[in-house]
Design a protein around this ligand. Structure first.
Ligand code: FA5
Length: 338
C-alpha cells in the first residue's frame, strides 16, 4: 500500500513538472487534491485500514498531500513568473524613443495684425470700445448723417435684418454710441467684425475694421494726418509715405482716402498698385458737426477726426497676399505660414 503511495508521489511529481501553464496546475490540483481527487480517495479509504497500520498510513498520506501541495505551489509560482517575464518582454516600452511632436497652433494672421494695430493705438492713449454687430439703422446710418433714402446708403451693400435693424456695415456705428455715454476729450478705437454683401478677390462678406476717433477742442486735419502717419510708419516701416486724397463720407467733412506708397514696389509702380505707386488703405476725415448734434453734443464746441481701416487689407499688404478669401477659408497650409 505504501508502494502505491510512492508511485502516486512519483506520478504527481512528473505531472507537475511537465505542467506548461496555469490551467494545467489548476487541473492537476483537481486531479490529485480535489473532492474526487486521487489523494482524497486514498484519505477516504483510511477507515478500511487495519487499526495498527492506520496511523502510519494516515501520516504518510498527509505528508503526500503536503508534498503535492508544495510541488503544485512551487510550479505555479515558476509558471507565473515566467509568464510575467514573457508579458514584460512583449509589452516592453523603449523609453529612449523620441516623442511625437504635437503641433502648436497660433493666432490667426488677421488677429495678429489686429492685435498689433490695437497695441499701437493704445500706446498713443486710445481706449478700446466695443459695439453690437446686429445694429439699429440709427447708429449704422441715420446718426452718421445718412438720412433715410439718402443716396449715400448705396455705397454699402447692407444685410438688412428688417427695416430698422442691420448687420453693421462698418465700425463707425459705434461712434455715436460712445459719444452718447461719454464727454470729450475722447480718444477711442473700435475693432470688430462688419458685414457687407460683397465677395471677390479683395472683398468678403464678413471682415474686420478698426474705427478710430478723437474728439477734443481745436483738433485739426493735421492732427489726423500726424496720427495716421505715425501709425503707418509703425506698421509698414518709416520709409512708407502717405497721401490724403479728397473723398466723401456723410459723417466726415472734409473727408479723405488715405493712400500709402506701395509696399510691394516702393512706389515705382507694379500690378498691386495698378502702376500708380499708391495703395488706398483707409477712409478718414473731420467729424461732421451733424454727428455731434445726433449724439447730443453742442456742435460748435468740439472738433475731432475719425478714420476706419480694413484689417484684412492691411494684412494682405503686410504679407503680400493677393486673395482676401484665403483669410476666412482657414486652410492650414495657408495659416501655417504666419
Ligand atoms: C468705411 O467703412 C468708413 N466707415 C470708414 C471711415 C471711418 C471713414 C471714419 C471716415 C471716418 P469704406 O467703406 O471705405 O469706409 O471701408 C473701409 C475699409 O474697409 C476699406 O478701405 C477696405 O479696406 C475695407 N473693406 C470694405 N469693404 C470690404 C470687404 N467687403 N471686404 C474686406 N474689406 C473691405
Amino acid at each position: 500500500m505504501l508502494d502505491d503511495i510512492q508511485s502516486l508521489r512519483d506520478s504527481a511529481r512528473e505531472d507537475i513538472e511537465s505542467a506548461s501553464g496555469l490551467k494545467d496546475i489548476h487541473d492537476l490540483r483537481v486531479k490529485y487534491l480535489g473532492k474526487k481527487g486521487i489523494l482524497t480517495s486514498y484519505l477516504k479509504s483510511l477507515g478500511s485500514i487495519a487499526k495498527e497500520e492506520r496511523r502510519e498510513y494516515g501520516q504518510t498520506l498527509n505528508e503526500t498531500k503536503g508534498l503535492i501541495e508544495s510541488l503544485l505551489n512551487g510550479r505555479e509560482e515558476d509558471l507565473k513568473s515566467s509568464e510575467l517575464e514573457k508579458n514584460l518582454a512583449s509589452e516592453s516600452i523603449d523609453v529612449t524613443i523620441t516623442g511625437r511632436k504635437i503641433p502648436f497652433g497660433h493666432l490667426h494672421p488677421v488677429t495678429q495684425v489686429l492685435d498689433e494695430i490695437i497695441s499701437i493705438f493704445i500706446s498713443l492713449g486710445f481706449t478700446v470700445e466695443d459695439g453690437p454687430e446686429i445694429e439699429h439703422d440709427f447708429y449704422n446710418f441715420e446718426a452718421l448723417n445718412f438720412p433715410k433714402d439718402h443716396p449715400a446708403r448705396d455705397m454699402q451693400d447692407t444685410f438688412f435684418i428688417n427695416d430698422d435693424v442691420v448687420l453693421r456695415t462698418h465700425t463707425s456705428s459705434v461712434q455715436v454710441r460712445v459719444m452718447e455715454n461719454n464727454s470729450p476729450p475722447l480718444r477711442v478705437i473700435v475693432p470688430g467684425k462688419v458685414y457687407r454683401c460683397d465677395s471677390d478677390v479683395s472683398h468678403i462678406p464678413m471682415f474686420h475694421q478698426l474705427e478710430g476717433f478723437l474728439i477734443d477742442k481745436n483738433i485739426r486735419m493735421s492732427d489726423l494726418k500726424g496720427t495716421l502717419e505715425l501709425f503707418i510708419h509703425r506698421v509698414f516701416g518709416p520709409e512708407t509715405s502717405i497721401r490724403l486724397r479728397p473723398s466723401f463720407f456723410p459723417f466726415t467733412e472734409p473727408s479723405a482716402e488715405i493712400d500709402i506708397s506701395c509696399v510691394i514696389c516702393n512706389g515705382s509702380g507694379c500690378n498691386v498698385c495698378s502702376s500708380t505707386g499708391w495703395i488706398e488703405i483707409l477712409g478718414a476725415g473731420m467729424i461732421n458737426p451733424h454727428v455731434y448734434e445726433n449724439a447730443g453734443y453742442e456742435p460748435d464746441m468740439y472738433t475731432g477726426f475719425a478714420f476706419g481701416l480694413g484689417i484684412e487689407r492691411v494684412a494682405m499688404l503686410k504679407y503680400g497676399i493677393n486673395d482676401i478669401r484665403l483669410f476666412p477659408e482657414n486652410d492650414k497650409r495657408f495659416l501655417d505660414q504666419f
